[in-house]
Write a new protein. Structure first.
Length: 451
């Protein structure tokens, strides 16, 4: 008996990820057809697929196509523009380039394979997420159910291999791209990706220590990818480029500190004023007498005390993972303003300590008579924090920065209490008064070209 062919089916798709960006992340997909429809599916996505929302969105579309091969027209309704683009405007360009650099490329290839094989005419429809749309809310609920399933479901990606074969020319079969679309630059990147191995042993060890430090401070262990991403894509103007470069190099143990000098010069191996056997980044940040660390961390703690939130133990490992640290309230919700303030205090303080140490080591030729005074260190720290406050407010200008502008309300939540306290009056005065947090545009602009 022939299966019944439906004229048209609409499938709502959505993805969900619990604990996104952490090692405990769980990803799910939901496909919704109607209330109490037996075709509704909730799917748990397991390893080795990335546990992200985008993964869930893509798998939901894949399942919708696979489960509706007996319908003439299939309408896929999704709130993800990324997913819609993946199966429409980006499908051909990605295939032509062998999916080089495309995230979730095994799933994207499988979707392309299903589209090539199916006789169903596919349509896409963009819906607004979390807007009360019955179908979208239903798919979202199913995706959450899928993410919480105890075991992962099997996902059929077999047709993706056919797409891989179709996209291979004989001359570039090992690269996986069409010859007429392969540029020298993309070929080089793909070869590098083929040869790429895991992190160096020392880098991997430092990453693990950083993950453990963040877990101890927040209760959530970040993925190593999240740590690297926090340094590359600095959100909301919190981490500066200089600090990100400092942290990136430190994660690779790239600075010429301590044991680097073991077979070169004993003079640079030790921190002589502290009588330390071997100088280290941790020593510089938390133990050294000449780096100004004691004064700097005292000032940072005094500033943080205005939030009423307990100051955690700040280790060098936590500093390197600060971009993944989030401050939460008693209700478990992320406090965006306090998170930004904590990250700013930590990054500015740590980088200042490093600069002070280098100035004494190099510019002042390790002269113990020229160690930075507490007054000098405090002035440098307050200047750095004041500069960040000014820059924060300047970045709220939609006229200058458009969609990249910071939200004024979030900036106000960041500096609330700190810029208004008499003890930190220099911050208020140097940042053009209290108006800096309530909408003044007459204050002094930060230094820089075209500012």
């Amino acid at each position: 008996m022939n299966e019944q062919v439906s004229e048209q089916t609409e499938a709502y798709t959505d993805g969900s990820c619990h604990n996104n960006g952490t090692d405990s992340a769980q990803c799910g997909s939901g496909v919704w057809y109607g209330e109490r429809d037996e075709r509704n599916t909730a799917t748990r996505i397991g390893n080795p697929h990335p546990q992200t929302n985008n993964t869930g969105e893509l798998v939901a579309v894949l399942l919708a196509i696979q489960n509706n091969k007996n319908t003439k027209r299939l309408v896929i309704s999704s709130d993800s523009q990324y997913t819609i683009n993946a199966i429409t405007s980006r499908a051909r360009p990605w295939a032509d380039k062998g999916y080089e650099g495309v995230a979730n490329q095994d799933i994207v290839r499988a979707i392309a394979g299903e589209i090539l094989r199916t006789k169903t005419t596919l349509y896409t429809r963009k819906v607004k997420g979390h807007s009360g749309d019955l179908g979208n809310d239903g798919a979202d609920a199913l995706a959450n159910v899928g993410a919480m399933k105890p075991t992962a479901d099997t996902i059929d990606l077999s047709l993706g291999e056919e797409v891989r074969a179709l996209s291979l020319g004989e001359e570039v079969r090992a690269l996986g791209a069409r010859a007429n679309s392969l540029t020298q630059a993309s070929a080089y990147r793909m070869i590098r990706q083929k040869k790429k191995h895991g992190d160096r042993r020392r880098t991997a060890a430092q990453i693990e220590k950083t993950k453990a430090a963040v877990l101890g401070a927040t209760g959530v262990e970040p993925k190593k990818e999240a740590i690297w991403k926090s340094l590359r894509k600095r959100k909301k103007g919190t981490l500066t480029q200089k600090f990100s470069a400092f942290a990136w190099k430190s994660l690779h143990e790239g600075y010429k500190v301590g044991k680097y000098w073991r077979h070169i010069t004993e003079d640079r191996l030790r921190c002589q004023p502290c009588n330390a056997d071997v100088e280290s980044m941790n020593h510089i940040m938390h133990e050294c007498r000449v780096s100004g660390q004691e004064t700097v961390w005292r000032l940072a703690q005094e500033a943080w005390a205005h939030t009423g939130i307990q100051w955690p133990e700040v280790t060098f490992d936590l500093i390197l993972g600060i971009g993944t640290v989030e401050v939460k309230g008693s209700d478990g919700k992320i406090k965006d303003g306090r998170t930004r303030l904590f990250q700013i205090l930590i990054t500015e303080s740590a980088y200042l300590i490093w600069i002070l140490r280098c100035e004494w080591r190099i510019a002042r030729e390790q002269n113990t008579a020229q160690i930075h005074t507490a007054q000098e260190i405090e002035a440098r720290w307050r200047k750095a924090i004041t500069r960040r406050l000014r820059l924060d407010w300047a970045l709220t200008s939609k006229l200058s920065f458009g969609k990249r502008a910071l939200r004024a309300a979030e900036v106000k939540r960041t500096w609330n209490g700190l810029s208004d306290d008499d003890k930190f009056g220099s911050l208020r005065k140097n940042a053009a008064g209290e108006g800096v947090l309530v909408g003044s545009t007459t204050g002094r602009r930060p230094p820089g070209r075209n500012r």
